[in-house]
Design a protein around this ligand. Sequence first.
Ligand code: GLN
Length: 194
Amino acid sequence: MIKIGVLALQGAVREHIKALQESGAEAVSVKRIEELNDLDGLVIPGGESTAMRRLIDKYNFLEPLKEFAQEKPVFGTCAGLILMAKRIQGQDHAHLELIDMTVERNAFGRQVDSFEADLHIEGVGEDVNGVFIRAPYIVEVGEEVEVLSVHNDRIVAAKQGHFLCAAFHPELTDDYRLHQFFVEMASQKKKVIA
Ligand code: GLN
């Protein structure tokens, strides 16, 4: 069985675990570095990216996460997407720097603090329910990044090799298609590594 961890420093951990289980994976929360060892993939949940980065630093997770990501699939949602970006608009530093993209935080503005939208997601399906909460969006992507979904002319989901990211919260709905897509990515990758 594919085993996926959910980084449990902050954010909607339980909901991701449920979505992964419903997608046929074994799912565990990850609070300690050693818990990365036997995983086939990792989800970085939403929350607040600067707070999450502080916790990542506090528990010395930055290098182990970067090392994990060299071979293993990572799926970041919302703040998790921000953590995965190589560039953050208006900031001179980024975090894990995994995906060749620039993101803007809180990009949909205060007046639309949160909203839902039905999304077309390439390779995943139609009418995928996206819950956006103080969501970032992807401003631009490098050549190796596949844009998977665009909402109101803004990129809201993308994939680069074994990295997947979404600006919204798929774990807050019971539409598990994006989690299934990630579990499938992890199982394909496991076959390649084996
Ligand atoms: N606005 C948050 C940030 O900048 C992300 C919001 C979320 O994860 N729901 O980190």
